[in-house]
Structure formats: structure tokens, C-alpha cells
Write a protein that binds this ligand. Sequence first.
Ligand code: PMP
Length: 360
Amino acid sequence: MPERIYNFSPGPGTLPYSVLQEAAVDIVNFKDKGIGLIELSHRSKEFMAVAEETENLIRELMGIPANYKVLFLQGGASSQFFMVPMNLLKADQKATYLNTGVWAKKAIKEAKLFGQVEVAYSSEDITFKRVPRDDEYTVAPDSQYLYFVTNNTIYGTQFPTMPNKEAMLIADMSSDILSRPVDVSKFGLIFAGAQKNMGPAGVTVVIIREDLLDRVDDKVPTMLKYKTHAEKDSMFNTPPCFSIYCVGRVMNWLKQTGGVAAIEKLNREKAALLYEVIDSTEFYRGHAEKESRSLMNVAFNLPTPELEAQFIREATAVGLDGLKGHRSVGGCRASIYNAFPREGVEKLVTFMADFAKKNG
Ligand code: PMP
């Protein structure tokens, strides 16, 4: 393996090195067939097998019930902000949203184009440093769905458990899908951009309960109907072949690693190491409230912006890359998705303790 830096980027993020190696070989000569992976027709039997295997692995790892479709779409997770209400909400209908960060807020803005939106909870006035408990908001009985973001990438907050409400759940799981077990049957729809826990950018995975496919209005353009893609197994048009292939390899890696329950254990250990060093000094301040802390993105501040800049500079110089916080909140953020190695977290923790000692 060439010397690799530790990549704490929030996404696209670290992928398993074994997957990069597999892809490097297959791009040039796919399974020794004398043709490169990204030259294959999406309708070739070779690629159809890749897509099928990818879907089956996602189904197996997440325990997706048979009455759900798994779709591979384009346009980023951001396109789901409008596709969800465009397919599932009529002008005279209501949907409930939880405003726990920029990605939720963008989804709220789009939903308002299609129907009535009730924002049942917002932590915007406290820089999104927490997510709500179930007893902090209500969902109107006539609400079509409850929309929330399971993990708020920018602020390092995460729902410790899924909302337990009398409502169909719809979740943006872009930054924590497959990081812990989830009961898919509680959801009408789950979506995630692949570029954090699943693979490279370019494909958005949508998991949708079949009975919802028919809710869509005829006037919705063909490409923007979930039904179109569901009926053609995501082959209505050319899908993002390379990204789908990579997702398949990452799923295979995850399965070999022991699956979702095993990776959750690892994720908890990695995050605990970081929160421990944050809590053990006055020097670092975690952004999220303790009950809302994310296992995927650890956002923290140092005493001054100058020290934060110095911290990022010095960390980068020793191969700890991508620690700058999102431009909207500043500070630092360590994104430690599924494929991020524990040794990288340990190296950061040692660096943080040393830095605090020298500069505190
Ligand atoms: N939702 C969440 C939770 C995200 O973190 C992001 C991107 N970081 C998005 C949505 C937007 O994803 P995309 O860039 O694929 O549109």
C-alpha cells in the first residue's frame, strides 16, 4: 500500500483501500473479459449482474423487506429534497419536517413548492447543536409523512434512535446509512447520497415502499417519478454505472467486515475515543449537545479561530487531512465514516492531546 494520509473529509470520504484496488483493476480489464468496467454497456449481462449484486447486498445488509424497491438515481441527495414531495405530497396535503440543519432546511424549502409544510421542531436558533427527543414535538394526524435527517453532517448531531411517532417516516440518511442497524419497515422512504458510507459520488440510493409509487401525479415529468425507475430496475436510462459498481464493492467489504451491527460497534469505539479527548480538557469544546452527538461527524472548537487555523495546519502537515469545519459553522470536524480506520482516530486523538498541552 502506498503511504496514505488519514482523510477526515465529510464526503466524498475515505473508502476501503481494498475497494480502490479492485476498482483500479476492473476499470482497465473487468473480470479478465478484455473490456474495461466503465466501457461496459449498462444493458450488458456483465453490468446487469453488477447492478443486481449491488442491490442484493444493500438489501441483505440493511434487512430491506421485499415490499421495498431499491433505486439508483442521479442528481445527488439534493434532488431528493424535491423528488420526495413531488411524488408524495399534494398541494392540499400536509407534511411534517424537523429542522435540524442546513440539509433539512433545504428540504423544507423544496417541500413548500408542493404542499403544506409544518416545521414541528427547529434548533436553528442554537446553531443546530441538538436534535429533538420524541416528547419535544408533535406530528399532526393528517400529516402525510415525518421527514428528518438522521445525521446532521455539518453540526455533528445524530438521532440516537429513530422517532417513534404515529407517522410514516422519511429520512435523509446520506451521512449515516449502514453505520448502524435500522428497522426499514418503519420508513416510507430512505435516501442517501453514496459519497460518505457507500462509495463515490454520482449515485443516490433510494429505498421506497412499493405502495407509495402510485401516489405520484401524472403531470410529474417521467424522469422525476420514482415509479419510472422502479418499473425499470433503475435502467430507464443509463445509470451511473461506475458509482453503482463501487457501491457494490463497498457493500461486499462491509459484509466481510461483519455487517452493519459489527461496523456500529467499531463506529461507537472510534467516536468514543474522540469525545473522550474533547471532554477531558477545557481546551476543546464539542459543538453538539451530548445526547445528540454523532458517531459519524465529530464537530468541535478550540479557544480561538487562530488556534483552530493553527490546529488544522499542523494536523494536515502530519497527514491528518480534511479537519476544517463546514464554512457555515467554522471550527473543526472529524468525519469518521464506516471505512475510516481506527488507527487514524487514534493518531488524531494523540495529536489533539499534544496540541492542547502545548497551546492550552
Ligand atoms: N444530506 C446530507 C445529510 C448531506 O450531508 C449532504 C451533503 N453533504 C446532502 C444531503 C447533499 O448531498 P448531495 O451533495 O449529494 O446533493
